[in-house]
Design a protein around this ligand. Structure first.
Ligand code: SAH
Length: 223
């Protein structure tokens, strides 16, 4: 095997054993959804960060991905995915904030189709290429301001947002199917993870736990 193949497969601090320890830790932290745990077990998180950070990829910690953005800690990725799946299997899911594409990869393994929106073009291009490399094909990407959702393919059975607005964007609520679930961090200085479930024209809000995300910004940019 050449360097690239070895790197992809994972050696040393990115090996399968290191990954198993992360799973044990997630289980201890209360993650119980087996589909989610299995997706995390299978997914090489080290490919979603810079090579210099690969040795930290299976620690339960957030990591920088450039452009002032961060890949969420595995516990948060797992928790958000588990909350989204709480009502049963999902067909169409929109994600706002593709970032490195790691959360996208986990999501894509537990739902039918993912529609992922990112405002920073180079991040999106990189995510696309990593997902292609690890053979994840049920994701489509849009370079746009996710505050407006992706109306063309809505309504969605679930929406996952990985950057925090001060208030939940109306357009995201509008693109949620009846019975659909929205998982989103909300707040400026203090943030909480929120689960919103749509029942007809009503939206049932539930505050889940305190979190820290980068802000949901306005407008799409090219660099
Ligand atoms: N889920 C990502 C990390 C999220 S960091 C991962 O697994 O790596 C938050 C991401 O949301 C960043 O990539 C940021 O550019 C993006 N973002 C922020 N505001 C946005 C908006 N209005 N529309 C789309 N993406 C947005």
């Amino acid at each position: 095997m050449g360097h690239d193949d070895l790197y992809r497969a994972g050696i040393g601090m990115t090996s399968q054993r290191t990954r198993e320890r992360l799973l044990e830790r997630l289980f201890e932290e209360g993650i119980r959804n087996l589909h989610v745990l299995e997706a995390i077990r299978r997914t090489p998180r080290h490919l979603f960060v810079d090579e210099a950070l690969a040795h930290r990829a299976y620690e339960d910690t957030a990591l920088p991905i450039g452009h002032n953005q961060t890949l969420s800690q595995p516990y948060i990725v797992a928790r958000m995915t588990e909350l989204l799946l709480g009502g049963g299997p999902l067909d169409k899911v929109m994600e706002v904030g593709t970032g490195s594409g790691y959360q996208t990869a986990i999501l894509a393994q537990v739902v039918e189709r993912v529609f992922s929106v990112e405002r920073i073009y180079p991040l999106q291009e990189r995510a696309k290429s990593v997902l292609r490399d690890i053979n994840i094909r049920n994701v489509v990407f849009r370079h746009a301001d996710g505050n407006w959702g992706w109306p063309q393919y809505g309504p969605y059975d679930a929406i996952l947002v990985t950057a925090a607005p001060a208030e939940i964007p109306r357009e995201l609520l509008a693109q949620l199917a009846d019975g659909g679930r929205l998982v989103i961090p909300v707040g400026e200085h203090e943030q909480h993870l929120m689960l919103v479930v749509r029942q007809g024209d009503e939206f049932i809000h539930q505050q889940v736990e305190p979190v820290r995300f980068v802000p949901l910004l306005a407008g799409a940019i090219h660099s």
